[in-house]
Design a protein around this ligand. Sequence first.
Ligand SMILES: [Zn+2]
Length: 349
Amino acid sequence: MITFEKTVKQARILNPLKGFQEDTLTFEYRADPLTGRNTTIIKGMLNYVSKFLVSDDSLLNSLVEKTRVNCPFCPESVRDKTPMFTKDFLDEGRIFVGDAVVIPNLLGHAERSILVVLSREHHLKLKDFTPKPVFDGFKGGVAYLKRLSEVEPSIRFPAFVFNYLPPAGSSICHPHMQVLVRDRPFYLVELLIERSRAYYELYKRSYWLDLGSKERGGERYLFDIDGVEWLVPFAPLRGANEVQAVVRGKSNLLELSDREWLGLAEGISKILQFYHKEGYMSFNIILVSGPTDEHLDYFDVNLRMISRPGIQALSFTDAWALPYLLWDGEAVEEPEQLAERIGAFTGNK
Ligand SMILES: [Zn+2]
C-alpha cells in the first residue's frame, strides 16, 4: 500500500542575519512512494532562489527579436526550412493539425524523434498557452505515433517532451514540443513500469489507482479534468513548482481519447497560467507512456511539469550537481504549500 515516508533532520548555526543568535535549519527527507528515491524539502529555499526565477524583460525581448529573424518555425519559413518525412512514411511530408505542424527532427534524441511546432506566433508568454494549441500539438503527435505503429511497430516507447526557452534546454525559442520514440524505454519510464509491476504483483492493485484514491481531496490534490487527475507530488523529482498528472486507466498514448487529451491540455494551460502569475517564463514537461502495442493494467500514462529559472544576465541554472549528477531530488518549498498556492489561484481550494 502507498505510504508517504518523511524524516526531519536539523542543523544548528549561529546566524549572522540574526546577530549570531542560534538558529535551526530544517531538512525533510521524503521517499517517493513508488521508487523510494529521496527528495529533500528545504524550507525557505524558494525565497532564497526566487530572485533567479524571474526574467529580465529587456533581455527576454531582445532574445525574442534576435531569434525571430531566422526562425525556421515561423509560418513564412516552416515549409521551406524544416525537414519532411520520407514518401514511404508519409506522402504529404508533414502533418498539419490546426496551427500545429509535425516534422521530423534535424538532429534528434532518439531513433524516431520529431518536433511539433505549436503556434504561428514566434513567442508566447506562459499565459498565452491556451488549451487549443497544446491539444492540436498532442493530436499531431498522436497522428505520427499511429503511422509509426503501422510502419515500425517495434518502436513502441514514446515520450512527449516540452523544453520552453533556453533555461529549459531549448535551442529554438519558437513554441514547440518533441515526440521521442525508441524501441526501449527511457530510464525513468523503465523504473516506473518495473516498480508499478512489482506493486501490482504484491498488492493486486494498480499503484496509480491507489495514488488517486489516496490523494483525492487531500492537501496535495489539485483538480480532475476529463479523466485526468492533477496533483503536486509528495516527493518532487526536481526543483521548483513541480506538478504531476495521471490519465486514469490508460497505459499508453494511443489509448487516450480526445476528452483525455483535452484534460491534459487544459490542465497544462491552467498550471502555465499559474507559472505566469508567479513571474516565470520557462518550463519543462514530460508525458510518459507504456509500450504502445499492449495495455498494462498496472501502469498509467503520467506527466510531470516544472518551471525553470528566468532569463537573466547571471545565467543561473537549477541543473546543478545534486539533482543532475547525484540523482537526488530537491524541492524549494513544501509540496503542500505549493498545492495550496495553485489551488488558491485556480479556485480549487
Ligand atoms: Zn518563430
